[in-house]
Design a protein around this ligand. Structure first.
Ligand SMILES: NC(=O)c1ccc[n+]([C@@H]2O[C@H](COP(=O)([O-])OP(=O)(O)OC[C@H]3O[C@@H](n4cnc5c(N)ncnc54)[C@H](OP(=O)(O)O)[C@@H]3O)[C@@H](O)[C@H]2O)c1
Length: 199
């Protein structure tokens, strides 16, 4: 398969590339490449990236930012940034994929555990993750027969916890999370939220 991976240079993206590149042609994208550039927050850049890309069998997005901060410190700009980036960025990635994904192809987005299990500081992230999941359930209905659409919902990733000075063992290693993206790619599922919990 020919697979576009958005966020290919990130913690999760690198593991997804590593997992899939021996069997598939992988094209990596992010704001700074490595193969193609796009900014999820800029719909025109997504459309432009697809023009350069041509046709793929699958798109995986392991990118998108949202502001993590206590509710009372969040500004209007923080809400707007988060909705435009991780939520509408991924929605627009799907919208712009029409005509660039082979019939029956696979589209996989990323949400996160904070949609269901909030912590202090997760108000906007929770909105964004829940929005991505709701979009996927709905888009899967409408794209039925054209493309499969799923979303991987990781819990805390071990490497991220370690970088925050917390216990690596409390999370799921990125290489394990990557397996969930492969599941979305190869299994005949659509409209699913694929949770990744600590093993
Ligand atoms: N790590 C965790 O514990 C965890 C847990 C649950 C959910 N998630 C979600 O998983 C996703 C990936 O997380 P991660 O930890 O792998 O992130 P990361 O290491 O920070 O990597 C982010 C990747 O996305 C690209 N990127 C960032 N902003 C972008 C934009 N506006 N447009 C296009 N590409 C962009 C980055 O490359 P450039 O800088 O070149 O753009 C990079 O390749 C995020 O949506 C995150 O919320 C992560």
């Amino acid at each position: 398969m020919r697979i576009l991976i958005v966020g290919a240079t990130g913690l999760l993206g690198k593991e997804i590339v590593c997992l899939l590149s021996s069997e598939h042609e992988v094209i990596g994208a992010s704001r700074h490449g490595p193969d193609l550039s796009l900014d999820l927050a800029d719909k025109a850049s997504i459309a432009s990236m697809y023009q350069q890309l041509g046709t793929v069998d699958a798109v995986i997005c392991a990118a998108g930012a949202a502001k993590f901060a206590p509710l009372e410190s969040l500004t209007d700009e923080d809400f707007a940034f988060s909705l435009a980036n991780k939520l509408m960025g991924q929605v627009n990635l799907v919208r712009c994929s029409v005509g660039h994904v082979t019939p029956g192809g696979s589209l996989t987005l990323t949400s996160g555990i904070l949609s269901l299990h909030p912590v202090t500081g997760s108000a906007v992230v929770g909105i964004v993750n829940a929005g991505v999941e709701a979009f996927v359930r709905s888009a899967a209905l409408e794209l039925h027969g054209k493309a499969r659409v799923n979303v991987v919902s990781p819990g805390w990733v071990s490497e991220t916890l370690a970088a925050m000075g917390q216990a690596y063992s409390a999370g799921t290693p990125a290489a394990v999370v990557a397996q969930a993206y492969k599941r979305s790619l190869v299994e005949a599922i659509t409209g699913q939220v694929i949770p990744v919990k600590k093993p």
